[in-house]
Structures are given as structure tokens and as C-alpha cells.
Design a protein around this ligand. Structure first.
Ligand code: C5P
Length: 396
């Protein structure tokens, strides 16, 4: 799992977003992390320590005089045990206290005594967030090397709308995974296609395929977590873009072709994960086709450009990676495709092993031969693919 063996101390401070910290504990636990919760007194007015104890499977620490630590130094022991301290939600008061180096409760003392990185997810009323005092504290903490995630804009518990909402627990987990991921593509520009394309027959109908976009989005997320600057050209899918990824929405293969070719020359790496329609409708109707007019319509198809092959043929183009979803003869078909498109690396999968699911079975094919990866969730395979790409492009 992504965070197996990582020790995270989650500090919860007083704010209504504290209820979301409960979900955060659950999600972090699912990534394999060991989560130790510590709360301020204020936080206990919103969620009980019992909730966090049940979800983390560990007793929760509430004050610096906790007698459970054999040396009576909860603040030192907790911070020494941590690979990362996450404060979520971080209240305005808490930011003010740690920006000034105060040590007036267990959490603040632990932050001051830490020798590990600190990630904070602020949550407060929008006016409290915009207040010059809070902004000054945020600037100071940034200068002190503290990492921030959020806040975001939206509806607030007080009924107002504005900046100050805590980012969702899923996004905090992503930031934590990104924190620990090796930065093997730091500074590289990576262009990725994902999802299906939609080829219009008329304004309301079209030809598409069952690609969910999950693999392409997982690859985009893994590339971003590896430190790359990621642009994701995406066909119609149901997901939001991963954090920090620049998404360009397209519909048809021709749209995708234009969006990719406008950016390919400026990219270091191009990963074509999209299931691009091989053909589009030549005679797409401007108006909705009517059943009772002129019998069964004839749909004429013309071939779409092969985006990957075109990018691979660019002089001084990016390092190109393709995907091959096959229903049989994976090795032969994938290697043949790799040679035909003249690309250094292709990731093949057998469609019957999962199309649209969370898990996948991938084999990487390059000049050195084939590298089967252990079947795993797409997020894990995506990271292995990114590491393989980083290895192959190491000296470029
Ligand atoms: O040729 P085939 O569709 O089997 O190859 C699959 C690979 O080529 C995928 O990486 C896919 O994203 C890419 N491709 C493309 N443009 C097309 C067809 C496929 O970029 N028109």
C-alpha cells in the first residue's frame, strides 16, 4: 500500500471541519499508514476522542500532562514517532499560535518540538481567513517551511460562502501520498491523454467506448506526485482532475489530436492512455436524425489520426509511451504496436482482466523485453509505470 510503514500524527484542532478528520483517519488507515491522533481541547467540543480512537485503533492524546507516556513527555515522544505531522483542520487560533512559536498545549508544543515536516489544512470562516493577521501568520509559516493544503472556496458552516473551507479528506490523503512519493520526474513536463473519445453522429448521439478514464487519471496523479508538471487531455469521464494537474477537456478524437499536438513539442514525456476511436462519422448530421425520415440512416466512417504515432514522429518530440488493451495475444500485439508506432515503451493489459475496475494487470514492453507487473490497484501500477519511465528517461 502507498503509505505502508509511514507514521503520521494527525493533529485535530477546534472547528466544525473536525468531523471530516474522522473520515481522514479512515482513509489514511486504508493507505497503510499508522495514524496517531492528538487533539486540542477545542476539538473535543466537536468530535470525541472515542471516535478517533475507534477509527485509528490507538488511544488519542489530549494534553501534555498525559500520564501514559513513560517519560511524561508526550510532545517529544509524539513528534519523534512521526514521519509527518498533519494538522487538519487547523484553526485560525492554532495557526496564530504556531506562527509565533507558542507551546501552550500538547499540539502546539509537539509542532514546536518536531523534527519532521508539517502539513496543515486550514479551516475557518472566510473573514477569519482573510483577516490580515491570519494572512500574516500563513506567510510566516510558509517562510518557516510549513506546507499548506487549502483552504478552498465554498459554502461554510456559518452559512457564508468564500475561502476558508477545509479541503476534502481525499485531497489531504493525496497530498500526504505526494509528500512521500519519490520525486523521480521532478520538473519534467508530462502530457497525458485519458478516457474515451465521443464521435458525434448527430447533436445528441455518438460513438464511444467503455474506457472509464481511471487508468489515465491514475497515471496523471502518479506523475504529479513524482514532481512532474502534468497536463491531462481528457475525453468525457466522470472524475475531477487530480490535485495540481492541468486538465483540458475534449470530446472527439480530432479535438484530442488538436489539444495534444498544440502541446507535444513542449513536453518531455507523452503518455497516451486514452481509448481513441479509430473512426469518426464522416457525415455527422447538423440536426437530430428523425426516425421517420428517409429510412435507416447510413453512417459513413473515416479514419481518425493516430495521435500517438504522430507525436512519436515529431523531430525532437517527447519520450512516448502507449497503452495496448488487447483481448488476446498480449505480448505479440503489444510489441507489434510498439514497433509500428515507433515508441520506446508500451503498457499492455488484457481486457478481460478488468476494464473500468480499480485493479489491473499490466505488462510493460520496451527494448529490453517484457516486464510483467504484479496485479494491483491502478494507483499502484501507475506509480510503477512512472518509475519505469523515470528510469528509461534518466539521462535525457
Ligand atoms: O492503435 P491502438 O489504438 O491499438 O493503440 C493504442 C495506443 O495508441 C494507445 O496508447 C492510444 O492512446 C493511442 N492512440 C492514439 N490515437 C489513436 C489511436 C490510438 O493516440 N487514434
Amino acid at each position: 500500500m502507498e503509505l505502508t510503514g509511514k507514521r503520521i500524527v494527525l493533529g485535530v484542532t477546534g472547528g466544525i471541519a473536525a468531523y471530516k478528520a474522522a473520515e481522514l483517519v479512515r482513509l489514511l488507515g486504508r493507505t497503510g499508514a499508522e495514524v496517531q491522533v492528538a487533539m486540542t481541547e477545542g476539538a473535543t467540543h466537536f468530535v470525541t476522542a472515542t471516535t478517533f480512537q475507534a477509527l485509528s485503533g490507538r488511544p488519542v492524546y489530549l494534553d501534555q500532562w498525559d500520564a501514559r507516556m513513560p517519560n511524561a513527555m508526550a510532545h517529544i515522544d509524539l513528534s519523534r514517532q512521526a514521519d509527518l505531522i498533519v494538522i487538519a483542520p487547523a484553526s485560525a487560533d492554532f495557526l496564530a499560535r504556531i506562527a509565533n512559536g507558542m507551546a501552550d498545549d500538547l499540539l502546539a508544543t509537539m509542532v514546536l518540538a518536531r523534527d519532521c515536516p508539517l502539513l496543515v489544512a486550514p479551516a475557518m470562516n472566510r473573514q477569519m481567513w482573510e483577516n490580515p493577521a491570519t494572512q500574516r501568520n500563513v506567510r510566516q509559516l510558509g517562510e518557516d517551511g510549513v506546507a499548506f493544503i487549502g483552504p478552498v472556496s465554498g459554502e461554510q458552516a456559518c452559512g457564508e460562502v468564500g475561502a476558508g473551507r477545509m479541503v476534502e479528506p481525499e485531497d489531504i490523503v493525496e497530498a500526504v501520498i505526494a509528500h512521500f512519493a519519490p520525486k523521480c520526474l521532478a520538473g519534467r513536463k508530462v502530457l497525458i491523454t485519458a478516457g474515451p473519445t465521443f464521435e458525434a453522429i448527430d447533436p445528441v448521439r455518438g460513438i464511444t467506448n467503455l474506457s472509464s478514464g481511471r487508468m489515465g487519471y491514475a497515471v496523471a496523479r502518479a506523475a504529479r506526485q513524482a514532481g512532474a508538471e502534468v497536463t491531462l487531455v481528457s475525453g468525457p469521464v466522470a472524475f475531477s482532475p487530480p490535485q495540481g494537474v492541468d486538465r483540458i477537456n475534449v470530446r472527439s478524437a480530432l479535438d484530442m489530436h488538436a489539444a495534444v499536438l498544440a502541446r507535444a513539442a513542449d513536453s518531455d514525456i507523452f503518455i497516451a492512455v486514452a481509448a481513441v476511436a479509430d473512426y469518426r462519422v464522416a457525415n455527422a448530421a447538423e440536426h437530430k436524425l428523425k426516425k421517420d425520415h428517409g429510412g435507416v440512416p447510413a453512417i459513413e466512417l473515416v479514419e481518425n489520426p493516430d495521435i500517438l504515432a504522430e507525436v512519436a514522429a515529431l523531430p525532437e518530440g517527447p519520450f512516448c509511451v502507449g497503452f495496448a488493451a488487447e483481448s488476446r495475444n498480449l505480448d505479440d500485439y503489444a510489441q507489434a504496436k510498439r514497433r509500428k508506432k515507433n515508441i520506446p515503451l508500451i503498457a499492455g493489459n488484457l481486457i478481460q482482466d478488468g476494464f473500468g475496475g480499480d485493479d489491473n494487470r499490466l505488462v510493460l514492453f520496451d527494448d529490453a523485453g517484457s516486464h510483467p507487473l504484479t496485479p494491483a490497484p491502478k494507483a499502484v501500477l501507475a506509480r510503477q509505470l512512472i518509475e519505469h519511465i523515470a528510469k528509461l528517461t534518466g539521462n535525457r
